[in-house]
Write a protein that binds this ligand. Structure first.
Ligand code: TUI
Length: 308
């Protein structure tokens, strides 16, 4: 399936892997790129030199293009932004903020810039600032989310900007991809399904929670802090919501979230860890290689779209 997004990314398919904190490391990114999508290394809150190392390792595993997601709440975001340029990474996506101050340097260096947005206003602002495309991310997504659904956000963003729109949030199979295209997107970003990929380093216990998850098993913490985070419900999310209700400070809550994501991904602590996942976890049924996932989804989508 060729679209403006696959041409922009120089990939076989218009599919981007989400830049998930801790999850999106170089093994996963390289596997998605080798399977014809665009793999991403999620810089999240990693020290900048760790991100450089991750980029170098990914280059050893793939000759295909891959990208880096710069998480803008990271105090080291400026350093990460510079490393991306130094390492010649072709594509950057950004999350959780406005990347305006990095745009000129990235464009100057020839980096393709794709901000993740959660509103029409931010999409228009990013287009004016020189973005090459935007990811319109609905609140079905895991992790840090906005307040609009994919179904309503994607067509409104597609109407508001001329640059290509990539849909994210709630997409985990070919039906979701086909639906996104019908809403005006020219590509999709998928996170939750790749959490359980064979090449994903996520602990088996976390993967099992995603695979077993039902439609209603996620909830949103952090509404009161202005940084809502979707996770699978567990002791940790219940404790967080209780602390939030009791008026805990933003810093206390943020610490609780980030430290506990590491616990979930690396140690498989599904009780006290933060199990970030989207509502599409209910659609994710089994562990497969990235290639199997992408080929299955694209086959379904192409059939539904009538061989476009
Ligand atoms: O960034 C994400 N998802 C994430 S980042 C993350 S790491 C983290 N952990 C704990 C606390 C905070 C972050 C986990 N998941 N998705 C992309 C995304 N960006 N969703 C929503 C937005 C967004 C929100 C506001 C983009 C721009 C924006 O602009 C506000 C402004 O005006 O600055």
């Amino acid at each position: 399936m060729e679209t403006r997004v696959s041409r922009l990314l120089k990939t076989k398919y218009p599919v981007i892997q989400g830049g998930m904190a801790w999850v999106a490391e170089y093994h996963l990114a390289a596997a998605v790129s080798n399977a014809g999508g665009l793999g991403l290394i999620g810089a999240a809150s990693a020290p900048p030199e760790v991100v450089r190392e991750q980029i170098r390792e990914a280059k050893k595993l793939t000759d295909r293009p891959f990208g880096v997601n710069v998480m803008l709440l990271n105090p080291n975001a400026a350093e990460v932004a510079q490393i991306v340029i130094e390492e010649g990474v072709p594509v950057v996506t950004t999350g959780a903020g406005n990347p305006g101050k990095f745009m000129a340097a990235w464009k100057e260096a020839g980096v393709t810039v794709i901000p993740v947005v959660a509103s029409v206003a931010m999409a228009k602002l990013m287009e004016r600032a020189g973005a090459d495309a935007v990811v319109a991310e609905g609140m079905e997504s895991g992790g840090h989310i906005g307040s609009q659904t994919t179904m309503t956000l994607v067509p409104q963003v597609a109407d508001a900007v001329q640059i290509p729109v990539i849909a994210a949030g709630g997409i985990a199979d070919g039906r979701g991809i086909a639906a996104a295209m019908m809403l005006g997107a020219e590509g999709v970003q998928i996170g939750t399904r790749f959490v359980v990929a064979k090449e994903s380093i996520v602990h088996a216990s976390y993967k099992e929670r995603v695979i077993k998850a039902k439609d209603i098993d996620s909830e949103v913490t952090g509404m009161s802090t202005g940084h809502p985070i979707r996770v699978l419900r567990n002791q940790m999310s219940r404790a967080y919501l209780k602390m939030e209700k009791e008026g805990a400070s933003f810093e206390e809550l943020e610490q609780l979230t980030l430290g506990s994501l590491r616990k979930a991904v690396m140690d498989g602590d599904v009780v006290n860890g933060s199990l970030m996942a989207g509502q599409s976890a209910g659609l994710v049924k089994k562990e497969q290689t990235c290639r199997e996932m992408i080929e299955e989804m694209m086959g379904e989508a192409e059939t539904l779209l009538g061989g476009r």
